[in-house]
Ligand binder design. Structure first.
Ligand SMILES: NC(=O)c1ccc[n+]([C@@H]2O[C@H](COP(=O)([O-])OP(=O)(O)OC[C@H]3O[C@@H](n4cnc5c(N)ncnc54)[C@H](O)[C@@H]3O)[C@@H](O)[C@H]2O)c1
Length: 352
């Protein structure tokens, strides 16, 4: 199955099972070039690095590989600079290609390096987590974290192609698979109530279909608002509080789990503010529960609010947050910084 994204770059997302060994020919066709730099982490490299490298070599590429320690803590400026130095030492030119093979951490880091090296080199995403498949590999957001906050330095840089082999997801740990389920639930909440209902059938039992639907929703949002001036902000549902949780615990809580907690908090607040119905809140909580995702956080409202202030969504003295109105429909609302603690408090489980 192929889905085309029409943004500042037009590119194709190829979705299938067992297609990694065709990556070389797909990349050759999409971008050409002489050298392919595979960027991956130390979990993914031994599983899939050689299959990709062999396929690239068969299609005439010189292959080099940059492997870094897995996990969010590697998504920093040190790894970023070290990757740029690697690309320079390997003498990649603008017509060569960076292939991100991994989850969202690999994709965000490799994408930002591809955007920056020589002011932009060819770039292909090969997501290997469910979260990367449905979200981070599509749409061109790339970034690394600073000590001050998450994704604070980065670029909008669309890939030249995305190759999405669902069979690679079979080796994910269950909790990493669930991270992706959180983002899938997010798509249902922001854009498609029928799709949300369909999640009563386990995602694992309808994997390719569910991934394709999320990619379609993201494609449409990115086509409308590539640079996040409006509609794209809806994709941040659950993320303001989610990022705050990640930051407060030094990235021990994974992104998907933090986003799940963030969605629960903001929906509870929305219900208590009269924005959505109790049945909307109940449906979200039941769905998160079905996928064994968190329904809240132990952090206090004041701690969360303070951590939210370094969020990119802050605009002067207000923060744009996403609140659900009903399943499948959310709204953007500016929350003045002074009101933030109160709003978050409404979203905590023990709020009255
Ligand atoms: N750019 C965007 O639009 C966007 C959107 C959503 C999230 N993100 C970012 O994505 C990141 C989270 O991504 P993630 O959840 O994929 O985390 P991740 O990249 O850290 O991967 C999670 C874990 O799974 C392992 N792994 C990856 N693929 C595997 C496989 N096939 N088999 C076995 N293990 C595998 C990794 O080594 C890692 O330990 C965060 O940094 C978040 O900010 C970006």
């Amino acid at each position: 199955m192929k889905i085309t994204v029409c943004a500042s770059k037009i590119y194709t997302i190829t979705i299938g099972s067992g297609i990694l060994d065709q990556a070389g020919s797909m990349i050759r066709e999409a971008v050409g070039g002489q050298t392919a730099a595979i960027v991956t982490d130390d979990n993914v490299a031994p599983l899939y690095g050689e299959i990709l490298a062999a396929s690239l070599r068969q299609n005439g590429y010189r292959v080099v590989q940059y492997v870094f320690p897995h996990g969010e803590r590697s998504k920093n400026t040190e790894t970023f600079v070290s990757l740029l130095q690697f690309l320079a030492e390997e003498k990649l030119t603008r017509t060569d290609v960076v292939a991100a093979l991994g989850g969202g951490v690999v994709g965000d880091l490799a994408g930002f390096a591809a955007a920056s090296y020589m002011r932009g080199i060819r770039f292909v995403q090969i997501p290997t987590t469910l979260l990367a498949a449905v979200d981070s590999s599509v749409g061109g957001k790339t970034a690394v974290n600073l000590a001050a906050g998450k994704n604070l330095v980065g670029a909008f840089y669309q890939p030249d192609a995305v190759l999405l082999d669902v069979s690679l997801l079979s080796t994910l740990k269950p909790e990493v698979f669930r991270d992706g389920c959180a983002e899938i639930i997010k798509y249902g909440m922001i854009g498609d109530s029928a799709f949300f209902q369909s999640l009563e059938t386990p995602i694992a039992a309808q994997l390719e279909k569910a991934i394709a639907r999320c990619v379609e929703i993201k494609r449409d949002i990115v086509a409308e608002d590539e640079y996040e001036q409006g509609a794209r902000k809806l994709l941040n549902f659950g993320h303001t509080v989610g990022h705050a949780i990640e930051r407060l615990d030094g990235y021990k809580t994974s992104h998907g789990h933090a986003v799940a907690a963030g969605m629960a908090v903001v929906t509870r607040a929305a219900f208590r503010m009269g924005l959505c119905s109790e049945s909307c809140l109940r449906a979200l909580i039941e769905t998160l529960g079905r996928y064994q995702l968190p329904l809240g956080t132990a952090y206090r409202a004041d701690e969360l609010a303070r951590a939210c202030l370094s969020d990119k969504k802050r605009d002067g003295n207000a923060l744009t947050m996403v609140f659900p109105l009903q399943i499948g429909r959310c709204m953007l609302k500016k929350v003045p910084v002074d009101d933030l603690v109160g709003v978050i408090r409404l979203g905590l489980e023990d709020a009255v």
